[in-house]
Ligand binder design. Structure first.
Ligand SMILES: [Zn+2]
Length: 648
């Protein structure tokens, strides 16, 4: 068991499942109702046709989406390296194509992580959610037209603010239709405020963390990425944001679109900060967007986000039941497959309502008894009546991390034990732990014994100390990778699996090479308020470099009639709107569009000044001085091992 060289470590490939993982899987096969295959019927019901392997390619020939690499999922029986419950969900998410929900309502599923719902009106079609990419949306529309005949798009509805629901809008509405402005784009209140802001301030950290959540750099296969829980994976392709023209403000608001009546329900701060549900009396169709899907959704995704409100979520589902219970013949969401029949629909909504309520209430109860987040995760069990309902399983969120999100919402990161108030950071703590445990070899010997016994959770923790103490210890890296891998094979949640398997891969191979981040696209910038741009700039300011600097800049935007003073002092960048400073070092007059172009690197500040698109008074060098204090963020940074570059 000597140390391996770096070269050998590189060649490490995924291993077999251990005996204890195999045992866990067979216990799960006995515990869950695998003979209940109604979901497989529902996921295939109403199939009208598809594209070969759901393959979508961009004009440049780049693959935007394909289910071809997932061919291995044709086996009904789960391999030992995949949790059988997750395998089941992964197979369900393989259904792709155009499906009839009820005559007049259709869904494109499996051509993206999200669904497109198409509702036929008197003369045209209403498109609900437009998938992640323009290419995907175009392919979905073509598939729909092929089977249902060409008809005009008479409205677009965005159910909520996440990109997989609006990114492809330009593939549904062409330039001509957009310019004519006759097709309403309907969205929940505060859509623009939230559509991009969720991922802006902490965007660089979130993007890297999302790689651990979705596993885009993992090979697809029984020992790699198999699913994302909500759907297969993240789509590639081009994304563009379209500004809604009609906002739904209140529950009970109605619209008649192309002769079809829609009744709306607002669900803010549930799965997304702005989200809504609707019912269509003509079709007896209920659409609960992303709040009643075939899994326990995330209260806090691994990429990071504001914690979602489980209590509000549950209340919206209860309200939906009160408004429309017993009225719907079919219920669909913007992920997964529909459910038919009034009784089954009501049962599913009730169970989802109680899933979020149970998680919320029991977490808070245990919290008030004094349990900490990890103790709650260890204690809580879903009631039997929910445990066996497939749609409550934690393929995306999971009860064991959702309870931590609820804890965080109320009490934050601190468990109140002062030992956790100011612990050493991982590298320093790792060195002390390894020393206390009698050195690297002694630690590894104990860890290998525990690994053989299947005690993966603690082995991961112990060996991680050694990796942080000595990231070049190849034996430690290899053992930690093997341990993560077994945890990944055991996991029912796809996000857990992806996180563990990607951690293992980075320990074996290092971080994947990824091109540097590209500048923010102009239309994303255009969606941000000027205050948000200053906020983004503020978090790029390198505090230590700004020591002793004092810079005051006036800004006037001629198109938006906004004025700001931007002040750097005490190593903090602040702004005040509606005023100008008398003592400013410099002042700039320009349009917001020009500023957006500069930030998107479509022009430089100097060129814009030379072209007289920016009027300057005072000392222009003070702006350059300020911009010199701004950090550029890397696309990649170490997660399962110490940072190789010093960040201050
Ligand atoms: Zn979604």
């Amino acid at each position: 068991m000597g140390e391996r060289s770096a070269g050998e470590a590189l060649k490490e490939s995924p291993k077999d499942a251990s005996a204890s993982v195999v045992a866990q899987h067979s216990a799960m096969l006995k515990a869950l109702p695998f003979s209940d295959t109604a979901d497989f019927d529902d996921a295939a019901r109403g199939f009208l046709g598809s594209i070969d392997n759901a393959k979508i390619t961009s004009a440049q020939g780049r693959s935007v989406w394909s289910l071809e690499p997932y061919g291995f999922l044709s086996d009904a029986e789960a391999p030992a390296t995949v949790n059988p419950s997750l395998w089941r969900q992964s197979r369900l998410n393989m259904n792709h194509g155009l499906f009839e929900v009820v005559p007049g309502v259709y869904q494109v599923r499996g051509l993206d992580i999200a669904n497109m719902t198409l509702i036929e009106g008197d003369a045209g079609v209403i498109v609900v959610d437009t998938l992640t990419s323009i290419e995907g949306a175009r392919a979905a529309m073509a598939l729909y037209f092929r089977h249902r005949g060409e008809r005009p798009v008479v409205a677009v509805i965005f159910t909520h603010t996440h990109t997989d629901h609006w990114g492809g809008a330009r593939g549904v509405l062409d330039d001509e239709t957009l310019a004519a402005g006759r097709v309403p784009i309907i969205a929940p209140n505060l859509f623009m405020e939230h559509a991009v802001s969720e991922n802006i301030i902490a965007g660089p950290a979130m993007l890297r963390r999302a790689q651990y959540q979705f596993g885009p750099f993992l090979a697809k296969g029984p020992r790699g990425q198999v699913d994302c829980g909500l759907g297969k994976s993240m789509a590639a392709g081009s994304v563009a944001l379209l500004r809604p023209t009609d906002l739904i403000i209140a529950t009970g608001d109605k619209r008649i679109i192309d002769g079809v009546e829609f009744e709306f329900q607002m669900a803010p701060n549930s799965e997304a900060p702005a989200e809504m549900h609707f019912f269509i009396p003509r079709y007896k169709l209920l659409n609960l967007a992303e709040n009643c899907t075939h899994n326990f959704h995330n209260l806090l995704p691994f990429r990071g986000a504001d914690v979602r409100d489980a209590l509000a979520w549950s209340k919206y589902l209860n309200e939906a039941l009160r408004m429309w219970g017993g009225k719907a013949d079919a219920m669909c969401g913007q992920h997964h497959w529909p459910v038919w029949g009034r009784e089954r629909i009501d049962t599913m909504i009730r169970q989802q309502r109680d899933l979020y309520k149970f998680a919320h209430d029991q977490t808070v109860r245990l919290m008030n008894h004094g349990l900490t987040a990890s103790e709650i995760a260890e204690t809580i069990r879903l009631p039997e009546s929910l445990e066996g309902a497939w749609h409550t399983r934690g393929y995306y969120g999971h009860i064991r991390h959702n309870v931590k999100a609820i804890y965080q919402k109320y009490l934050g990161w601190y468990d109140a034990n002062p030992v956790h108030l100011d612990p050493l950071p991982p590298a320093a703590a790792g060195k002390k732990y390894v020393d206390y445990m009698g050195g690297a070899d002694a630690l590894l010997m104990r860890a290998r014994q525990d690994f053989a016994n299947g005690e993966f959770r603690f082995v991961a923790e112990a060996v991680s100390h050694l990796v942080f103490a000595d990231p070049d210890n190849q034996a430690a890296r290899a053992l930690l990778a093997d341990t993560f891998e077994q945890l990944g094979y055991a996991a029912e949640s796809s996000t857990w699996r992806n996180a563990y398997l990607f951690g293992a891969q980075e320990l074996r191979q290092g971080m994947p090479k990824a091109p540097p981040r590209s500048p923010m696209p102009r239309e994303t910038l255009a969606a941000l308020r000027t205050e948000q741009l200053w906020d983004v700039l503020g978090v790029r300011l390198n505090g230590p470099k700004a020591e002793g600097k004092h810079i005051v800049l006036n800004w006037t935007f001629t198109d938006t009639n906004e004025r700001f003073v931007l002040t750097l002092e005490n190593c903090a960048l602040t702004y005040t709107d509606g005023v100008q400073a008398d003592n400013a070092d410099a002042g700039f007059t320009l349009t917001r569009g020009t500023l957006d172009e500069v930030i998107a690197k479509q022009t430089s500040f100097t060129d814009a000044v030379a072209a007289r698109r920016i009027e300057v008074i005072g000392d222009v060098t003070r702006l350059a001085e300020l911009m010199d204090l701004m950090d550029e963020f890397p696309r990649m940074f170490e997660i399962v091992e110490p940072k190789r570059t010093l960040v201050t």
